[in-house]
Design a protein around this ligand. Structure first.
Ligand code: SF4
Ligand code: SF4
Length: 513
């Protein structure tokens, strides 16, 4: 029975996929025509809720009226031949960000708040399902409900259009206003992954976990195979050294892609100026596979005070002393992430770990070949999220993750630490603080309730949270315990359900960030 229902859902998804080109063309055209509204307004409207529970109240949202002679027809979604070709063009970037204005004379109009509705949608699968199975996706712009996020996504584009939000470059990162105490460098030994190696109390809790999700053995073999192929590049980045395995970033003396010991070229390149070099670095990073790239002058608080290697137990003062971080984001596949908390989502994460190691090592090699110090870094050495915020890639969300305007939290981060003189980017503000105050989707969809659903607090949940901040602390210990409970796969619910993760303009916007 479960298998049949799953097949049904898969067919729907394939149907959607077969219309991908025309829908994308439609989005491009629709946005160029200006039927879109501000993304934050749209996204405030379209979000999932647990069936039977009141959804978040985004407040009155606004939309614009369609001002084109050409109206989208779902029965005939192809763009007409006579549709003006120049309207397919990418809008001119404004201050580095492509913006699509509403058409002249178009006044946004108020749309009443929607009432969430809908019956629970059983997620039929023999593989881990997790509690997201009772989510109905609804659009609170118009109140329509959807069985899957794919349907909501198609609806969001076709019914409302979308565009990048207004992005303002600011002098101080937006988290600064929430620094209410002393914020110091974090010790890598206190991350939840490191604690699995030394924290006896936590180890005892993990040992007591009995997986609650029943996993079909055959499905598990296939799921694990998918993950094994995805993580393979990262897994072997340590040159098959026994002290290296995937997801770890740098492990000293294991060589491989995260190696710090490659020599710096004795011949030094002289760039025309710093601005040229900064632009070139970004161009090269994109060429090597980055979707987003930014530069920050390193705030030493975001570099680990001590490093801890899980595979060796090696614990020492951090030796990473560099002036700049080039922070890069790589998009994770939407369809696979949307399968969370099943194997497909874990594979989407694992695949980007492989891409991270390739990207960071390639860019570090490029800089070393120019004659400057540079080292590749995954999750090691320092905290990617605050560095990425400082580098202008996004803001922090309720789920504790970096939210980018382009892909939401559906990215993974890596970095290159260097002394190559560069011009730092400014942080950005696109309204995440206010947005997350209203939207609780990640908290509602977190199986172990590890994401805070109420107001910000200075309390921490464990030593794995950094003190001194007024925020929504994520109980990462609880989160990781759920991963263990969930039949051997992890979880990306708080990425998949974030309304910003639905965003994917990469096909029709030339990203300049
Ligand atoms: S916090 Fe952890 S358990 Fe909760 S939704 Fe996110 S990944 Fe899943
Ligand atoms: S981080 Fe959570 S609260 Fe913020 S927009 Fe995403 S789902 Fe909503």
């Amino acid at each position: 029975m479960k298998r049949e229902q799953h097949s049904e859902e898969t067919e729907h998804t394939q149907e959607q996929t077969s219309g991908e080109i025309s829908r994308r063309d439609f989005l491009r055209a629709a946005c160029t025509l200006g039927i879109s509204m501000g993304a934050s307004q749209l996204l405030a409207g379209c979000k999932p809720t647990l069936a039977g529970e009141a959804g978040p109240t985004p407040g009155a949202t606004r939309t614009a009226t369609v001002s084109s002679q050409w109206i989208y027809d779902p029965e005939n979604p192809e763009i007409p031949q006579n549709f003006p070709q120049d309207r397919y063009g990418v809008p001119e970037p404004v201050d580095g960000i492509a913006e699509i204005p509403l058409p002249e004379g178009t006044e946004p109009e108020l749309v009443p708040e929607a009432t969430p509705a809908g019956e629970p949608t059983a997620t039929p699968s023999p593989v881990p399902t997790g509690p997201r199975s009772n989510i109905t996706w609804y659009c609170s712009v118009c109140g329509e409900t959807f069985q899957t996020s794919d349907f909501l996504r198609a609806h969001a584009g076709t019914a409302h259009g979308w565009r990048l939000p207004e992005i303002i470059k600011v002098d101080q990162p937006t988290y600064r206003q929430f620094e209410v105490g002393k914020v110091t460098a974090f010790d890598e030994r206190n991350t939840v992954f490191s604690r699995t190696m030394w924290d006896e109390e936590y180890q005892a809790k993990l040992a007591a976990i009995v997986p609650t999700t029943q996993v079909d053995k055959n499905a598990m073999i296939e799921g694990n195979a998918l993950i094994a192929g995805s993580i393979y590049v990262d897994d072997t980045a340590g040159s098959l050294h026994p002290n290296y395995y995937g997801y770890m970033g740098r492990v000293k003396n294991t060589a491989g892609l995260y190696n710090w010991d490659d020599p710096v070229s004795e011949e030094r390149f002289t760039p025309p100026d710093q601005e040229w070099m900064t632009n070139r670095i970004k161009e090269v990073a994109r060429f090597y596979g980055a979707n987003l790239v930014g530069v920050t002058q390193i705030d030493p608080r975001w570099i680990y005070s001590h490093t801890f290697e899980r595979s060796t137990g090696n614990y020492e003062r951090n030796e990473a002393k560099f002036k700049y971080a080039i922070v890069m984001a790589i998009e994770m596949d939407w369809k696979h992430i949307n399968e969370s908390p099943r194997f497909e989502a874990s594979a989407a994460t694992a695949l980007i770990y492989s891409r991270m190691s390739e990207l960071a090592s390639s860019l570090a090699k490029y800089i070393r070949s120019l004659g400057y110090r540079a080292v590749p870094s995954g999750n090691d050495s320092g905290q990617n999220i605050p560095l990425a915020i400082d580098a202008g890639l996004g803001e922090i969300g309720r789920n504790g993750l970096l939210i980018t305007p382009h892909y939401g939290p559906r990215v993974r981060l890596c970095k290159v630490l260097t002394d190559l003189p560069l011009i730092p980017d400014k942080p950005i503000d696109f309204g995440m603080r206010e947005f997350c105050e209203k939207c609780h989707s990640c908290a509602l969809s977190c199986p172990p309730k590890a994401i805070r659903d109420s107001e910000r607090t200075t309390e921490i949940t464990s030593i794995s949270n950094r003190p001194g901040l007024l925020r929504w602390p994520v109980d990462v210990a609880k989160c990781y315990m759920f991963w263990r409970e969930n039949g051997g796969t992890d979880c990306s619910n708080c990425i998949a359900v974030c309304p910003w993760a639905l965003h994917s303009q990469r096909d029709w916007l030339e990203l300049e960030t």
